[in-house]
Design a protein around this ligand. Structure first.
Ligand SMILES: Nc1ncnc2c1ncn2[C@@H]1O[C@H](COP(=O)(O)OP(=O)(O)OP(=O)(O)O)[C@@H](O)[C@H]1O
Ligand SMILES: [Mg+2]
Length: 302
């Protein structure tokens, strides 16, 4: 054998073993019944969902947008006012209110006309409720035309409420975004649709809201909305709610306007009025908060 032939023989012995073929369905063998194979797959999906990163809520961006009060003093006052607002809402939600409500876990923040402080109130109420030990809060952006919460949280372009209403193959849970604020979840607006009022009034909407409520009895669902007298869809949205927080801009919105908006509510709902932007000094009023903010329940138990 020549030197070249000997070298070729030696080389053959140094070749690595060919790799073994990958195991076929190693975790879930083919012989396993279908249900077991499906549940094996379901576990994988669940793990992937849990691993999804938490959405960062940028508090500075909220402050810049005027949706969080800037400064410790303003924050403390707001926290106090919101405690008064949220207490009856929570009592109702757990069935300790004056009467039994259908879907007391669904709370909408609305107003008669634009600019009365709905988004400010919805966001701060949701944050305040999320600080409660016994509740988890799902904040839903139900103001489709303005989608203020969606934009300020940087969730524009993400699938949301409208997508699960339009596409029945989508599961409502798919559009719930878990945030890095403990106990706070968000549903953005999603894509636009010309028939928003009809979608809000549909049976599909009721199903989606049921699913948003989840199987968790400690979940509260807080909705921001468009004004009752400005868009037909907000009346459709509000009709699904057990509890309604009606924001009224102090010194701006007249009694007649508020009364007209209240006509679209029904007797079975709990309605709380929140006087916002009052200039009453704190010492003079139960609702008092000097400066821009004043919230309190003016009228409640229906
Ligand atoms: N209690 C408050 N304290 C401080 N600022 C407030 C308060 N309420 C509302 N604002 C400010 O007033 C403006 C209007 O508030 P907001 O956007 O919440 O109103 P809105 O009812 O949601 O309006 P729209 O109908 O246009 O959606 C915002 O700039 C907000 O920062
Ligand atoms: Mg708004």
């Amino acid at each position: 054998m020549s030197i070249v032939e000997k070298a070729a023989e030696k080389l053959k012995t140094l070749q690595p073993e060919p790799p073994l073929p990958p195991p076929v369905e190693a975790a879930v063998p083919h012989s396993a019944p279908t249900i077991e194979r499906l549940s094996g797959k379901a576990r994988v999906v669940e793990q992937a969902t849990e691993a999804a990163p938490l959405w960062h809520v940028d508090q500075m961006a909220l402050e810049r947008a005027g949706l969080l009060p800037a400064g410790d003093e303003a924050n403390d006052r707001l926290a106090d006012e919101l405690r008064r607002v949220k207490r009856p809402l929570m009592e109702n939600a757990i069935g300790n209110g004056p009467k039994v409500l259908a879907h007391a876990e669904r709370i909408v923040v609305t107003s008669a006309v634009p600019g009365e402080g709905k988004t400010f109130t919805a966001l701060n109420l949701a944050l305040s409720l999320a600080r409660e030990l016994d509740f988890e809060v799902l904040l839903v952006d139900g103001d489709i035309p303005k989608s203020h919460i969606t934009r300020v949280l940087g969730l524009g372009g993400q699938p949301g409420l409208m997508d699960v209403l339009v596409d029945e193959r989508r599961q409502p849970a798919e559009v719930i975004v878990r945030t890095d604020v403990p106990n706070l979840l968000v549903v953005p607006v999603g894509g636009r649709h010309p028939l928003t009022a009809e979608l809000f009034g549909s049976l599909r909407m009721e199903y989606v809201l049921e699913e948003f409520g989840g199987r968790n009895p400690h979940r509260l669902v807080v909705f921001d909305s468009s004004p009752l007298l400005a868009t037909p869809e907000s009346q459709a949205l509000v009709s699904h709610m057990g509890q309604v927080c009606m924001v009224v801009a102090a010194g701006r919105t007249g009694q007649h306007t508020v009364d007209s908006a209240m006509q679209s509510l029904n007797d079975s709902q709990y309605v709380g009025l929140i006087l916002n932007m009052s200039c009453l000094p704190a010492s003079e009023s139960y609702y008092g908060y000097q400066g821009l903010y004043s919230q309190g329940r003016l009228a409640g138990e229906a």
